[in-house]
Write a protein that binds this ligand. Structure first.
Ligand code: ZN
Length: 311
């Protein structure tokens, strides 16, 4: 560290002493703090209810990252509602998330079917104009819940097959809805993959680089579902399927709007300036139908990831 202090004038020397990724992280972290202060002055603060409690992923680790991703923009306040744990015999009668008191609901949940009153309240909330944000394995949940699948458009695993809807992907720039028989949901090894914008005019993606590099994550492929009233905003090239798989989707369900991101396998996958920005802008769009949250200077470009360091 001493050498850094004596070389303060020269960025070149600092670069040589700090690993590049750490330097990028420090730059990103400081830019995020600046961004939050700017947004706070400009925008209204929306209330978001995050649902967790069951997931085949480390939800206790990822929930705080999702909270930071939204709250660091200065535009959201997040409350968490945690369901009873898997196979719990008690607690379900008391678990009644107050969906209607929130501007948006975000799911970090992949587990047992919610009790009837919770499902009914959630359907009424979204149908009536609520906003819903689906992150990664939340799209694995509830293969048997028809209305949920209409909301998310595409899902994976849970024995999903062609009966749950077509496999939707892009090939050579063309949208394909493949209704032939096959499984729903797969992924290869985690990697830093490119996200390619296919709808650059949508409020969420407007102004983003056409291609940007996401931090290490699972690239979901072979997602299936009703895929009605759904627009794909971005895709990523799967090495496993050799197809461009949907990587950001928007849907309309009744009067409600849904933002669906299959990204976000782990805390390090979420700690990406691209993930942060798309989650913030996607949530704002689901709430208002527009986007005011800016794309930060730290947003990743085609060749370089841009990790976010949580202070
Ligand atoms: Zn995963």
């Amino acid at each position: 560290m001493e050498a850094i202090i004596t070389n303060t004038g020269s960025m070149k020397n600092v670069r040589r002493l700090l690993p590049l990724s750490l330097l990028a992280g420090l730059l990103t972290a400081s830019l995020w703090l600046g961004q939050a202060a700017k947004n706070e002055e400009a925008a209204k603060v929306y209330k978001v209810l995050l649902i967790d409690g069951q997931n085949n992923h480390k939800w206790k680790v990822t929930t705080p990252v999702l909270e930071h991703a939204l709250e660091s923009s200065g535009c959201f306040e997040v409350d968490v509602s945690t369901s009873p744990e898997q196979k719990a015999t008690e607690g379900w009668d008391e678990w009644r998330p107050a969906f209607s008191e929130y501007d948006a609901v975000l799911s970090n949940y992949n587990g047992e079917l919610w009790p009837d009153p919770v499902r009914e309240a959630f359907e009424a909330y979204v149908k009536g104009g609520g906003a819903f944000v689906v992150v990664h394995a939340a799209d694995n949940s509830f293969p048997e819940w028809r209305e949920y699948n209409e909301m998310i458009g595409l899902g994976g695993w849970g024995r999903r097959t062609e009966r749950h809807g077509p496999y939707v992907y892009y090939k050579d720039g063309e949208l394909v809805r493949d209704a032939s028989a096959g499984r729903g949901g797969s992924h290869g090894k985690q990697w830093e993959f490119p996200v390619e914008i296919v709808d650059p005019e949508h409020p969420i993606t407007k102004g983003m680089p056409k291609t940007w590099k996401h931090t290490k994550d699972e690239l979901y492929s072979q997602l299936r579902g009703p895929a009605k009233n759904m627009k794909i905003l971005a895709t990523s090239p799967s090495k496993a399927t050799k197809r461009d798989e949907p990587m950001m989707m928007v849907l309309e369900y009744g009067k409600g709007r849904v933002f669906h991101t299959p990204m976000g396998h782990a805390d390090y996958s979420m700690q990406c300036a691209g993930f942060y920005t798309t989650l913030q802008r996607g949530t704002e769009w689901a709430i208002t139908g527009g986007v005011t949250i800016p794309i930060p200077d730290a947003f990743p470009q085609a060749e370089e990831v841009s990790p976010v360091v949580i202070p």
